[in-house]
Write a protein that binds this ligand. Structure first.
Ligand code: NAI
Length: 461
């Protein structure tokens, strides 16, 4: 048993960042983690391993489709799936060990095991009960399945199983055209699987700018992925060895069954709140199961805070990280702040898709007047040189030219979006971006051109 100023439960991006900031602010800090390694879903079975597979398969795609055009001739590389998985694991290990190093450097104690809160001010890990003035719940989220579907992580998998399949499936059905479905669907499509994505709504990536979603679907279709939209999956039958996925079309209720070697269920995630003792403590939950917090991330029980996927908001590692830092500042008696209006979202397919702020659809629904500046990567010399000129950058501004949002589909979109984020944080206008010198030739010029298009016009369009 030991006494701490702060005990953080969970070492994902929310939890470990919170622990580091607490330690930096002079608080005696511990972090509880039951996994063998630190880093939570993101580092172990989420963002990081999926990015390794996306990178490897993107390189394969380049070799198969673009090398010969550049005069790089010869046989395309063959895929050693076990080696690719080993590379993915090395990437994960390097990152999880990195967090362990940061914990040691910042003198954060890793309490190994699964934690619960027997009473305010106490955290139980195994048989030990530790005390803490402040407790931060950063317990994350887990895949949500659908009724009628049994996950075995072999034939019917979540994102976790999809990262470690025994072999590359000949056919893969993805349920849900959200971020996970499209990223992992892309990986297997590039590895040669016949990928069909079944989505309940009439468009992919719900909530995303409509124009981007359309272009995105077009590009993914060109890359070989198939889409069945407006279809509700009814169940998956695995009794005959292969999986049979049955869906009903919303428009006419007609039922279809398709066969697949593997089925990826990517229909969202749900907060992890069980096993922590929150019920007994009287910690209030939201209707949809997230831990309820006030504007300072404090739950209904004094001294217990919650952040990240376990609370309301987009389930994004960087949103959790920001909350982790902010709640640490609050606990240390400082001012902690998260600007929820400027949280970027990125899909790491090829091309990447990134967005921040308002969509046209949301502004229309709110009756807000806006202007759009758009620039196609076709007019960007660098994008053309690397065969990635299919997308566009789009900036949305209000009547005073103040930036309300940006939506980018194209090379490096996930990095480009941040100049718009910074601009939005500073309340910048499109003209501010347009008047900022951008190096040539870079992809970032497309963002500047979109900003120019909000005024007197883009140069290269
Ligand atoms: P999601 O919420 O993004 O998408 C789920 C999709 O499944 C929706 O389009 C929904 O309409 C569809 N769906 C639901 N029930 C269905 C049914 N019965 N039949 C057909 N379609 C159905 O969820 P996803 O992709 O599982 O991701 C979970 C969370 O993880 C998200 O919050 C996401 O933001 C986060 N994440 C973020 C990543 C990133 O930032 N790059 C990467 C991976 C995950």
């Amino acid at each position: 048993m030991a006494d701490f100023d702060v005990i953080v439960i969970g070492s994902g991006p929310g939890g470990y960042v919170c622990a580091i900031r607490c330690a930096q602010l002079g608080l005696k800090t511990a972090c509880v983690e039951g996994r063998e390694t630190l880093g939570g879903t993101c580092l172990n079975v989420g963002c990081i391993p999926s990015k390794a597979l996306l990178h490897a398969t993107h390189e394969l795609h380049e070799a198969e489709h673009n090398f010969a055009k550049m005069g790089l001739k010869g046989k395309s590389p063959s895929v050693d799936w076990d080696q690719m998985k080993a590379y993915k694991q090395e990437t994960v290990d390097g990152n999880t060990k990195g967090i362990e190093f940061l914990f040691k450097k910042n003198k954060i104690e890793w309490l190994k095991g699964w934690g619960s809160i027997p009473e305010a001010g106490k955290v139980k890990v195994g048989d030990e009960v530790h005390t803490a003035k402040h407790i931060v719940v950063a317990s994350g989220s887990e895949p949500a399945s659908l009724p009628g579907i049994e996950i075995d992580e072999k034939t019917v998998v979540t994102s976790t199983g999809a990262l470690s399949l025994g072999k590359i499936p000949k056919s893969l059905v993805v349920i849900g055209a959200g971020v996970i479905g499209l990223e992992m669907g892309s990986v297997y499509a590039r590895l040669g699987s016949d990928v069909t994505v079944v989505e309940y709504l009439d468009a992919i990536t719900p909530g995303m700018d409509g124009e981007v979603a359309k272009q995105f679907q077009k590009i993914l279709t060109k890359q070989g992925m198939k889409f069945v939209l407006g279809a509700a999956v009814q169940g998956v039958d695995t009794s005959g060895g292969k999986a049979k996925v049955t869906y009903k079309l919303n428009k006419d209720d007609s039922e279809t069954t398709i066969d697949a070697d593997t089925v990826l269920v990517a229909t969202g995630r749900k907060p992890v709140t069980k096993g922590l003792g929150l019920d007994a403590l009287g910690v209030e939950l939201e209707k949809r199961g997230q831990v309820k917090t006030d504007a300072q991330w404090q739950t209904s029980v004094k001294g217990i805070y919650a952040i990240g996927d376990a609370i309301v908001g987009p389930m994004l590692a960087h949103k959790a990280e920001d909350e982790g830092m902010a709640v640490a500042e609050v606990i240390a008696g400082k001012h902690g702040h998260v600007n929820y209006d400027v949280i970027p979202g990125v899909i790491y397919t090829s091309p990447e898709v990134a967005s921040v702020g308002k969509t046209e659809e949301a502004l229309k629904a709110d009756g807000v007047k806006y202007k759009v500046g758009k620039f196609p990567f076709m007019g960007n010399a660098r994008a053309k040189a690397v065969f990635q000129a299919e997308g566009f950058a789009k900036l949305i501004v209000d009547e005073n030219d103040r930036i309300l949002g940006a939506h980018i589909i194209g090379p490096g979109a996930g990095d480009l979006i941040h100049e718009v984020c910074v601009a939005m944080e500073f309340g910048a206008s499109a003209e501010d971006l347009a008047m900022t010198c951008h190096a040539h030739p870079t992809f970032s010029e497309a963002v500047r051109e979109a900003a120019l298009a909000c005024g007197d016009g883009a140069i290269h369009a």
